[in-house]
Design a protein around this ligand. Structure first.
Ligand code: ADP
Ligand code: MG
Length: 617
């Protein structure tokens, strides 16, 4: 065992951290980036009952964040105290910690922010008295307040965030990325506090200007300007209350599902929350209506008595704990499920299509557990044969090994030696299409069953990758250019990522504040649902803003494109079309599995068929 380098072997002595250092460490919990500063400051404005909040930002917030409100203000004698650790006006006793009705309560935000920036605080009460100002750099003790000019309310100015913690400053991303996060925080707050007006400016340019919304129409306008008009057009309102619980907001129709969970806003008593129980309840409510891997869109507010929910669970207060979680879960599920069941097919043209996809999905997802109970061998009961996709996995593996062998056997040398095999391709010739889902084909060994969507998806994906790698995707002009509405931020993305779209084979431009126009599409996608695809790609870019990540995500985007570009269930194929698909599969790498790893085809040999019918040989 090696000796510690400390020669005397005495322990290091304990010392109290200076409060400044302690604050800097704690700041790591709440002050991660400019967006988190804005979150804390906005919460303070709301707690001070402001109904107008102005946010001024420079250089993504790294240089300046200034938040001004018209709330209650801070008493002159409390100004210095407000920057002190654990100093709050919101709770005074342990008992009160159990029933918090404000967004803040720990008294940690201001001292944490102050310790890593240059802070100025100006405030005036609503009694018409004078305004006072204090300043401090890096959490130094602020000098006594000096008189200032300011209407009633409070302004907090944060300059040079992390100027004294270079390590943390280096973690800041580009101005654009930081501002993106910050803007998202403002949107989140604005989507749950309709009675408050917000103005957000970046580098002196107004980015969001939201008047206090009191009527239904004004609320709708705010949602449309933040989430885009299509969300409004494709969502239903919910508003239900039972046993002290109330849920209100808007839920997207299943057909408006997204490839990312980026349009999901859930609030508990006005606080944005990410909660497993909540998302589980919502997912359950959408179950069987959403295509696998898709995410619902929603803006939902849950209101319940403050004693029913513990908000003191997480440093950034993103998580909560419900006293009666079962009740909450069931309530959420019931309200959303009922609201969705009330949606008739006429509400959206596409819901019929989505049902088709859902039933296709149901067939597609058999397997898993049951195949393990059958794992004793290659025995396939007739019941399983009827359902087709419960063929034991081992059998599939053997089959794909056989396929590989067969495929290899078609190399030029072997073709010569075996003339009888030469004419029948490995996957055989199509004989029929079953229920709009499977292609049945006949080869030398017996019956080949192909999941046509899965197979086509893989082929499209491989093809997209190859062409992409070879320097771009062939694009094809649309006969009539197509325009559609998106949110303002999505329109900005289109503007900013025009080049990326060009590389992907799209000619896509912003054509108005909230409109985009598409003129050409990748040739491979000529018969797919383009609008839905563009929305998904935008959501992807929105989530993975950084363009270097986009490169890494291109395959996934291609995969999304492939999925949309592939033949859907219930599309009738002709025999030549089916044969073409089989030949494509034979010439495509990895065509044995779809992009999600499920098999694309399987084989039942004559022997296996004979066994099913107890036909001795
Ligand atoms: P907390 O919000 O948890 O109480 P903070 O550090 O965020 O802790 O704020 C400390 C105190 O400063 C608050 O309790 C509140 O009294 C006061 N304060 C902060 N911002 C404002 C504001 N915009 N308007 C009025 N009072 C404020
Ligand atoms: Mg606070």
């Amino acid at each position: 065992m090696s000796m510690p380098s400390n020669q005397t072997n005495a322990p290091l002595r304990i010392q109290r951290l200076s409060s400044q250092l302690a604050n800097q460490i704690a700041a790591g919990e709440v002050v991660e980036r400019p967006a988190s500063v804005v979150k804390e400051l906005l919460e303070n404005c709301l707690d001070a009952a402001a109904n107008m909040i102005d946010i001024d930002v420079e250089q993504g917030g790294a240089r300046l964040v200034r938040v001004r409100d018209n709330g209650t203000g801070i008493h002159k004698d409390d100004l210095v105290l407000a920057l002190g650790r654990h100093a709050t006006s919101k709770i005074a006793t342990l008992d009160e910690l159990g029933r918090i009705s404000t967004l803040g309560f720990r008294g940690e935000a201001l001292p944490s922010i102050a310790s890593v920036s240059r802070l100025t605080l100006i405030s005036a009460l609503q009694d018409g008295g004078p305004a006072w100002r204090i300043s401090c750099d890096g959490g130094s003790t602020a000098a006594d307040p000096v008189p200032a000019a300011h209407p009633s309310g409070t302004t907090i100015e944060i300059r040079d965030l992390f100027y004294n913690t270079p390590a943390r400053r280096r973690f800041l991303r580009t101005e654009k990325t930081e501002f993106g996060h910050l803007e998202e925080v403002v949107k989140r707050v604005a989507l749950s506090h309709f009675d408050v007006g917000f103005q957000l400016r970046h580098n002196r340019r107004v980015v969001q200007s939201l008047k206090a919304a009191t009527s239904d129409r004004e609320r709708m306008e705010r949602i449309a300007s933040i989430c885009g008009r299509p969300f409004m057009d494709n969502s239903v309102e919910v508003n239900d209350a039972i046993a002290g619980l109330r849920l209100w907001g808007w839920i997207g129709l299943p057909t408006f599902s997204r490839s990312q969970s980026d349009l999901q806003y859930f609030y508990v008593n006005g606080r944005i929350v990410r909660d497993k129980l909540v998302s589980h309840a919502i997912r359950q409510a959408y179950r069987d209506m959403l295509y696998h891997g898709r995410h619902p869109a929603y803006i939902l507010n849950l209101e319940l008595p403050v004693e029913q929910v513990d908000v003191n669970v997480h440093p950034s207060k993103h998580e909560v704990r419900f006293r009666d979680s079962r009740l909450v879960h069931d309530f959420l599920f019931r309200v959303i499920h009922t609201a969705l069941s009330g949606v008739s097919p006429g509400d959206s043209q596409k819901s019929l299509e989505s049902n088709a996809v859902a039933s296709y999905q149901a067939v597609d997802h058999h397997g898993g557990d049951e195949s393990s109970s059958l794992s004793s061998g290659a025995y396939i009961s007739s019941r399983d044969f009827q359902r087709q996709s419960t063929i034991p996995f081992q059998v599939r593996e053997q089959l794909s090994a056989a396929y590989t062998a067969l495929y290899d056997a078609r190399s030029p040398e072997s073709v010569e030696t075996d003339n009888t095999q030469q004419d029948i391709p490995p996957l055989g010739f199509a004989i029929a299409q079953l229920q709009g889902i499977y292609i049945l084909a006949q080869n030398r060994d017996g019956l080949v069953i192909v999941d046509m969507h899965a197979a086509h998806e893989r082929i499209t994906y491989e093809r997209l990758k190859t062409t992409f790698d070879a320097g771009g995707i062939t694009s094809q002009p649309l006969l009539v250019p197509m325009s559609f509405d998106v949110s303002e931020s999505e329109a900005c993305l289109v503007e900013g990522y025009e080049d990326v779209f060009t590389t992907l084979g799209f000619e896509l431009q912003r054509s108005g504040p909230t409109t985009v126009t598409i003129r050409s599409i990748p040739a491979v996608l000529c018969d797919s649902r383009i609008e839905e695809l563009i929305r998904d790609v935008l959501a992807d870019i929105n989530t993975y803003q950084d363009s270097s990540r986009i490169r890494g995500r291109i395959n996934e985007i291609l995969s999304t494109m492939a999925c949309h570009g592939s033949v859907r269930a219930n599309r009738i194929l002709t025999i030549p079309e089916m044969n073409a698909l089989l030949r494509d599969m034979e010439h495509t790498e990895r065509s044995g599995q779809c992009n999600h790893g499920r098999p694309t085809w399987t084989q039942l040999s004559m022997q296996e068929l004979d066994r099913l019918f107890m036909r001795g040989r």
